[in-house]
Design a protein around this ligand. Structure first.
Ligand code: 13P
Length: 251
C-alpha cells in the first residue's frame, strides 16, 4: 500500500503570526495514521518560525521553490542547502504558477528537480495541462513532455524521494476541480509513463498527488481513485479546519 501525502501549499499568503497559528492548529488537529504523511509549505520568510512549531510533530515542512545552485551570487534566490538548514524535508518544484506566471521552462525545472533531490529533499514535482491543451486533446502529450523533460537524469536511488503532483492549470484556484475520472485517467497515465522512465517498481511506489480546487467536500471522491495518493492543497490549506478535513478524507 502506498502512503498518502497531503500537503498544504500556502503560496504567497499568511503573516508570521497567522503562519505560526495555522501550523499549530494543523499539528493539534492531526490524527495519526500509519499510511498518512502531512506537510505544510509556507512562504520562505516563515519557514523558520513554522519549523519551530512543527518540531517533534509528524507534520513535515516544505518550501515552495528553490534555486538550483548550492550558493553564490544569485540575488534574491534560496538554495536547496538553505532549505535543509531551515528544516525542510520537502520542496515544491514546477508549480504551474511558476511555469505560467514566472515563465519557468521544463529545462530550468529539471535543474531544480535534480538540485532538490541531490540536497536530500523530497521534491514535489508539479505538472498539468492548460484548459486549451485539454480541449485540444493534448493532456497526455503535455504530461509526457513535462515528465520526460522535467525528470531527465533523475538518479536511480533518488526516485524514492520524488512525488508527482498532477495539477491541471484550469483547476487551480478556480473552484473547478477535475472530476475523479479525469484525475484518475491523467494520474494512471503518469504512473505508466514513470514505469517507462524509471521502472515498474518505482512507478508502483510513487506518490502521485492531485491538486486543483481540492476542498473538504470533493476530497474523498478524488482521493478514492486508485492512482490518487494524496492532495496538494492551495486555498483550503489556509484554514486549519478545512485542511484537516481533507486530511481525514484521505485516509
Ligand atoms: P487551489 O487548491 O487553491 O486550487 O490550489 C491548488 C494548488 O495550486 C496547489 O499547489
Amino acid at each position: 500500500m502506498r502512503p498518502v501525502l497531503v500537503a498544504g501549499n500556502w503560496k504567497m499568503h499568511t503573516t508570521v503570526k497567522s503562519a505560526v497559528e495555522l501550523a499549530a492548529s494543523v499539528v493539534r488537529g492531526l490524527e495519526a495514521d500509519p499510511r498518512l504523511r502531512v506537510a505544510v509549505c509556507p512562504p520562505f520568510p516563515y519557514l523558520l518560525p513554522v519549523a519551530e512549531v512543527l518540531r517533534g510533530s509528524p507534520v513535515g515542512l516544505g518550501a515552495q521553490n528553490l534555486y538550483p545552485k548550492p550558493e553564490g551570487a544569485f540575488t534574491g534566490e534560496v538554495s536547496p542547502a538553505m532549505l535543509r538548514d531551515c528544516g525542510c524535508q520537502y520542496v515544491i518544484v514546477g508549480h504551474s504558477e511558476r511555469r505560467h506566471v514566472l515563465g519557468e521552462s521544463d529545462a530550468f525545472i529539471n535543474e531544480k528537480v535534480l538540485a532538490g533531490l541531490a540536497a536530500g529533499l523530497t521534491v514535489i514535482f508539479c505538472i498539468g495541462e492548460t484548459l486549451a491543451e485539454r480541449d485540444a486533446g493534448l493532456t497526455h502529450a503535455v504530461l509526457d513532455r513535462q515528465l520526460t523533460n522535467g525528470l531527465a537524469g533523475v538518479a536511480d536511488d533518488a526516485w524514492s524521494r520524488l512525488v508527482i503532483a498532477y495539477e491541471p492549470v484550469w483547476a487551480i484556484g478556480t473552484g473547478r476541480n477535475a472530476t475523479p475520472d479525469q484525475a484518475q485517467d491523467a494520474q494512471a497515465f503518469v504512473r505508466r509513463r514513470v514505469a517507462q522512465l524509471a521502472s515498474a517498481a518505482v512507478a508502483d511506489n510513487l506518490i502521485i498527488q492531485y491538486g486543483g480546487s481540492v476542498k473538504p467536500d470533493n476530497a474523498a471522491s478524488l482521493l478514492s481513485q486508485p492512482d490518487v495518493d494524496g492532495a496538494l492543497v492551495g486555498g483550503a490549506s489556509l484554514k486549519a479546519d478545512q485542511f484537516l478535513a481533507i486530511v481525514r478524507a484521505a485516509v
